[in-house]
Design a protein around this ligand. Structure first.
Ligand code: SF4
Length: 474
């Protein structure tokens, strides 16, 4: 079957109510949110989501451009979809969305002409119209424009329940232009969603079962949406209003940039009782020379100061971060600065990657650190981060802490939830407690989760710090 044959499918023969949609999501929580919204957009067209691509009428591959060889991974997954599409006689419509679609639109269309749609992150609200276009014309329909108006204004209300823990996108894009990052090129300039629209979506999420909401944005703490009073609302102001939503128990926000950690936001971790003691704050490197080369516009000591201030106002706050090893120009001494910062800070968890050149970004044109040097540094960093994660999880053993239950555990008789610090918690218990917060005594720490028992009789779950081992003993 030629690529042209594969692009001449006719969905009009499929009953309107029986179209199957499979969405594959790569990358960050923003993409998870976008995938859910695309499913919402297509529901009125008769698409219901299915777990597998086999037999689907439409497959959306929502891609991420941040990791090494991301394009190659997309192309190899597309190769497998092409086989399925052929087996279905070309009926399956394939859409590539997200940051790889934005960055590689034309290349994608040339290398994978059996794809029907290539849609950038700023254009997916036009999916129904683009699907109709794909029916009308041969070849790949590409939409990677950055529209002047905002995608958020065109999305339908959240339709499907998002779960006990829900993600709500409030800000998109970035003006910071870190030397290694494609986000400013793929997601465009920073844009914030109006506060009223965020609050309305949050209320709908709570009405359908959400008890914890994580506000999302590439630079979420740079949020500056228009408030109902016509003024610019900061993230702190928005969090204050969100805390008033009845039934909403927990708030988080991610991902933040150190330069936008304002004093009022730091104090919100003391004053907003629903804001969880947890912060994901990428620092990338501990070397000022490398931070300058990365165009991060902050120093390592700025990060240290923010951590100290937050620990001052909220002593139990847990930190997670992102690191890049082997950025062009990184010497052994620079890497040692990173290790020093990691050892000083103590992270509950952190993500670390070798630098990989992203075409079109400034750092891609510089002399590169040899791969074996990058690998050795990453190995050393990850060993220390793993040790810190184990140590952190172990430190919670013996605590009595409120756990928000999110559903059944992996094994029969288990229920699963999240601690204040986002650790997955597993409890042996037969009852259905989804959506409820109960006090749990932590009894064991595993590599990636903690295990506990329900406190009986139940204590009133506090919104603020967990009870210490000493308090429980008393
Ligand atoms: S601040 Fe974050 S999103 Fe913006 S350019 Fe830097 S790494 Fe990318």
């Amino acid at each position: 079957m030629t690529a042209q044959d594969l692009n001449s499918r006719d969905l009009t023969t499929i009953p309107h109510t029986h179209r199957k949609l499979h969405v594959v999501t790569h990358g960050c929580q923003m993409n998870v949110y976008d995938s859910a919204r695309m499913a919402d957009l297509l529901r009125p067209l008769g698409y219901t989501t299915v777990d597998k691509p086999e037999g689907a009428d439409m497959v959306i591959m929502n891609t991420c451009h941040i990791r090494e060889r991301s394009e190659e991974k997309v192309f190899s997954a597309l190769g497998r979809l092409r086989v399925m599409k052929e087996e279905q006689g070309g009926r399956m419509m394939i859409a590539v969305t997200g940051c790889v679609a934005q960055a590689e639109g034309e290349v994608l269309a040339k290398r994978a002409p059996f794809v029907d749609l290539v849609v950038g992150p700023q254009a997916y609200h036009r999916l129904p119209e683009l699907i109709a276009q794909a029916h009308r014309k041969q070849g790949v329909v590409i939409d990677t424009e950055f529209p002047a108006d905002q995608k958020f204004d065109h999305l339908p209300d959240v339709a499907a329940p998002q779960g006990v823990v829900s993600y709500l996108s409030i800000q998109e894009g970035c003006d910071k232009f870190c030397s290694f990052c494609v986000v400013p090129y793929t997601r465009g300039a920073e844009a914030s969603r109006p506060a009223l629209s965020v609050l309305a979506e949050a209320r709908r999420m709570v009405a359908t079962g959400a008890r914890e909401i994580a506000l999302l944005g590439q630079n979420v703490n740079a949020y500056h949406g228009e408030g109902p009073d016509g003024r610019v609302w900061t993230l702190t102001r928005l969090l204050t209003e969100m805390a008033e939503i009845e039934g909403l128990q927990r708030l988080r926000y991610t991902t933040s940039h150190p330069n936008d950690m304002t004093e009022e936001l730091i104090l919100a971790h003391r004053d907003n009782p629903k804001l969880m003691p947890f912060l994901h704050l990428p620092v990338q490197s501990g070397s000022d020379k490398i931070l300058t080369a990365m165009n991060r516009k902050h120093k390592a000591d700025d990060f240290r100061r923010i951590v100290a201030q937050l620990r001052d106002v909220r002593p139990d706050i847990a930190f997670t971060s992102d690191f890049i090893t082997g950025h062009p120009g990184e010497t052994d001494a620079d890497f040692e600065e990173t290790m020093k910062l990691v050892r000083e800070t103590g992270f509950a968890l952190a993500y670390s990657f070798n630098y990989s050149p992203r075409p079109g970004t400034p750092a891609a044109a510089l002399p590169q650190v040899p791969k074996e040097v990058k690998d050795a540094r990453l190995y050393e960093l990850q060993a220390e981060l793993r040790r810190q994660q184990d140590e952190y999880n172990l430190s919670t053993v013996g605590l009595v802490t409120p756990v928000l239950f999110t559903g059944r555990g992996r094994y029969a008789g288990q229920i699963a939830g999240r601690s204040l610090y986002t650790q997955p918690v597993v409890v042996e218990h037969g009852a259905e407690l989804t959506g409820e917060i109960h006090m749990v005594k932590i009894t064991r720490a595993n590599a990636n989760s903690i295990v506990g028992t329900l406190i009986n009789p139940p204590l009133i779950p506090p919104l603020s710090p967990p009870l210490s081992k000493e308090k429980i003993a008393a």
